[in-house]
Design a binder for this molecule. Structure first.
Ligand SMILES: [Zn+2]
Length: 83
């Protein structure tokens, strides 16, 4: 069954939105520290970091980077509680 013009428009809109929010690995890694810190601080995901979250969900390499950073941040906190 072919898509109606309305459905097609919706689909294109969705695709456009996805592309707007999609980061490449370089962009993701530029923001991943900020993302990790806000996650550890228990903050809700800021608008500019939602794309990072999305990228991490689909990119294993960046997710590994994120996990490593997260571990590092956690151990830094444990070693130096200066709040
Ligand atoms: Zn990536």
């Amino acid at each position: 069954m072919p898509l109606s013009p309305t459905e097609l428009a919706k689909l294109l809109e969705l695709l456009a939105q996805t592309q707007n929010h999609e980061l490449n690995c370089e962009q993701c890694l530029a923001l991943v520290a900020e993302f990790a810190e806000s996650q550890l601080a228990g903050q809700s995901v800021a608008a500019n970091l939602q794309a990072v979250q999305q990228h991490l969900a689909v990119c294993g390499e960046c997710r590994e980077e994120y996990e490593a950073l997260r571990e590092a941040l956690i151990s830094m906190r444990e070693n130096g509680p200066d709040e």
